[in-house]
Design a protein around this ligand. Structure first.
Ligand code: SER
Length: 656
């Protein structure tokens, strides 16, 4: 089965169960300052899990592109990727455990409309109860019933979590079976589905976690039953309506379906590896780790650039920069640029990242047409960053080699100079030199290389290990570097202030207010400046609204004051914010503002703010969420008005 077949099969299956197919949201969360990237399928849907109405209705199904960078050091083993796709079906206050589990089973096992997996090879986990939330007896009963109906005997494992004989259901603790994204927000117990990938090894008999670690059983799907909201003070409240959030990793499921050992053997990687083999004349078998890092990172970078980010030293742009640079460094290790150097007439080295991005675009463009549309910008950004990094590399490598030698000397001297001492005494002296001299020096070199030269610290540490063969030194230096970076960030927080502080729903109240005031402000700007004013972009944090709009000139103080006045009048009038659902065509007919692109799907939400004389103040197509009444907004103030780019102005505004 191909990735595209899997996506289509899933979407169609759930469409037949009354779900609306919605497109993937951007990798860059809109108006959510709590995270840099969309990390799961649920992420763009949080407002709807919290009770907002989705224009697609109560049941939707989507494939969501995701980035998780927490694992950047792990990429290269056989499981981790920074970019992945998550496919899932959603109930917003509609069906719950019974339908979710039954449909999961049907999709997994049905030979015609589903994946045709063997029920005998399926295992499921459920929540065993903790912290005042009881064991999930309901899911256990549903699973038992389903397995029995399918003719499979079923037992539940005990505290030992051992799978043997007829055990199919494994109750686990909160770490495995209670799901929350981040620290706060919608959450609940979950049930995960696993598949036995090596039945030829005979009947399963072993501890659940060992079977997962050895790769014998692999997780393919997660059904989350969201009925709680975790608040900032750590308490849990019941949501007004329960939801279902399910997530299946496309890459992993594809590997399982095609009998591949890991995701890197699927068609989502194979063509990239072929390209790297051509460029480097090395084989994937010889150099698996480098191949995986390059393929994963350039793939992630391709999608991130496509969604509008450029390499920078802060925020999402910084992660992008690290991904590209790490890939280049691994490419260099494979000898890619060097090999091309001899072919290059300019005497310089030929770039390779855009070459790989071309393959990525080919693999994914059918489902993500934006890649094809944005490909020129993607290739240009990669070229630019690769050129920049090469310059950096030359000077950073020199510094690095000199410093590595210094660290090596410290350890070597400590060992050599104490002639005549016992081995134990030498070890003590050596350890002391490592912890008092070598560790601080290594951490500060790594820090300087990274902050002043953009040279990835993990590359330095890899070389440090090669040079010194001392794992303790590397481990402690990494820890010290982490402290240093945290302190540094506290001192110089800029655009990414507060970025990771809380969970998804943390800042929601304030950001919802800014979301609504942006509508009022656009209406006021059009009133004051003219109907040529269109929204060009917006970015919201819990602290402020940043809003770009088309207008050729600097605004006068009088115009700014006028806009403030109109917005504040609308706030003081306590007007209702009314949401309606309609087709995109109808929205267009009623003169709703908005970007008429595919992003919204067939049905759209239109938010209107109407004054007491029935005059429409604002009418916009928008996913929401919004406050119910403008009286909730507080006092509006423009802090700054400046140029953003040619013909586009930028306002920063706050609600006091
Ligand atoms: N939110 C869950 C996950 O990310 C299911 O989609 O695994």
């Amino acid at each position: 089965m191909t990735a595209q077949e899997l996506r289509q099969k899933y979407l169609k299956f759930f469409e037949s169960k009354g779900h609306t197919i919605i497109p993937s949201a951007s990798l860059i969360p809109e108006n959510d300052p709590s995270v840099l990237f969309t990390t799961a399928g649920m992420h763009p849907l949080v407002p709807y899990l919290m009770g907002e109405q989705h224009p697609g209705g109560k049941r939707v199904v989507n494939v969501q592109k995701c980035i998780r960078t927490g694992d950047i050091d792990d990429v290269g083993d056989n499981r981790h990727c920074t970019f992945f796709e998550m496919i899932g079906n959603w109930s917003f206050g509609d069906y719950f455990k019974k339908e979710a589990i039954e449909w999961s089973f049907e999709f997994l096992t049905d030979k015609k409309n589903g994946l045709g997996l063997d029920p005998k090879r399926l295992y499921v986990t459920v929540f065993k109860g903790a912290e005042g939330i009881p064991r999930d007896e309901e899911s256990i009963a549903i699973w038992k019933n389903i397995f029995e109906k399918a003719g499979t005997k079923v037992d539940v494992s005990g505290e030992d979590e051992i799978i043997k004989n007829n055990i199919k259901i494994i109750p686990l603790g909160a770490g495995d079976n209670f799901w929350i994204a981040g620290a706060t927000g919608p959450c609940g117990v979950n049930s995960e589905m696993f598949y036995d990938t090596r039945p030829e090894e005979g009947k399963i008999n072993g501890k659940f976690s060992d079977l997962v670690d050895s790769g014998r059983i692999i997780e393919i799907w997660n059904d989350v039953f969201m009925e709680f909201n975790k608040k900032e003070d750590g308490t849990i409240e019941k949501l007004k309506k329960h939801n279902v959030d399910t997530g299946m990793g496309i890459e992993r499921t594809l590997a399982v379906l095609n009998g591949k050992e890991n995701v890197f053997e699927t068609e989502l990687f194979k063509p990239i590896f072929d390209k790297i083999e051509k460029l480097s004349s090395k084989s994937y078998k010889q150099e698996a780790k480098s191949f995986r890092v390059i393929a994963d990172h350039i793939k992630a970078a391709t999608f991130i650039i496509s969604d509008g980010v450029s390499p920078l030293n802060v925020g999402a742009g910084y992660v992008l920069r690290r991904l590209i640079r790490r890939a280049i460094r691994y490419g260099k290790q494979l000898g890619i640029p060097d090999r091309n150097a001899s072919q290059s007439d300019a005497g310089g080295e030929k770039n390779f990242t855009a070459e790989i991005a071309k393959v990525v675009v080919e693999i994914y463009k059918d489902y993500y047409p934006e890649l094809e549309q944005n490909k020129n910008r993607i290739f240009e950004e990669l070229e630019k960053e690769e050129n920049k990094f090469k310059k950096t590399l030359i000077s950073a490598e020199k510094i690095k080699n000199k410093e590595l030698q210094k660290i090596y000397d410290i350890i070597f001297r400590a060992t050599a100079k104490e002639h005549g001492l016992s081995e134990k005494e030498i070890d003590e002296i050596k350890n002391k030199a490592i912890s008092t001299e070598a560790v601080p020096l290594s951490a500060s070199i790594a820090f300087d290389l990274e902050t002043a030269h953009g040279y990835p610290s993990e590359l330095f540490f890899e070389d440090l290990l090669l040079k010194t063969k001392n794992e303790k030194l590397v481990k402690e230096s990494k820890e010290l570097l982490k402290d240093k970076i945290e302190k540094h960030q506290e001192l110089s927080r800029t655009a990414s202030a507060g970025m990771f502080k809380g969970g998804l729903a943390d800042t929601s109240e304030k950001t919802v207010q800014y979301h609504t005031v942006a509508h009022l402000m656009l209406a006021a700007l059009r009133h004051v400046l003219g109907n040529h004013v269109m929204q060009k972009g917006s970015n919201i944090t819990a602290e402020r609204l940043r809003f770009d709009f088309s207008h050729p000139d600097k605004m006068t103080d009088g115009q700014k004051a006028e806009v403030e006045k109109i917005v504040n009048m609308a706030i003081e009038a306590h007007l209702d914010v009314v949401r309606e659902e309609m087709t995109l065509d109808d929205a267009r007919k009623t003169n709703a503002m908005g970007v008429f692109d595919a992003k919204y799907g067939d049905k759209v939400s239109v938010f209107s703010i109407v004054n007491d004389d029935a005059i429409i103040i604002s009418r916009e197509i928008c996913g929401g969420p919004h406050v119910k009444n403008t009286g909730e907004l507080g006092h509006f103030k423009i802090q700054k008005e400046e140029s953003s780019s040619a013909g586009v102005r930028r306002i920063k505004a706050i609600l006091g």
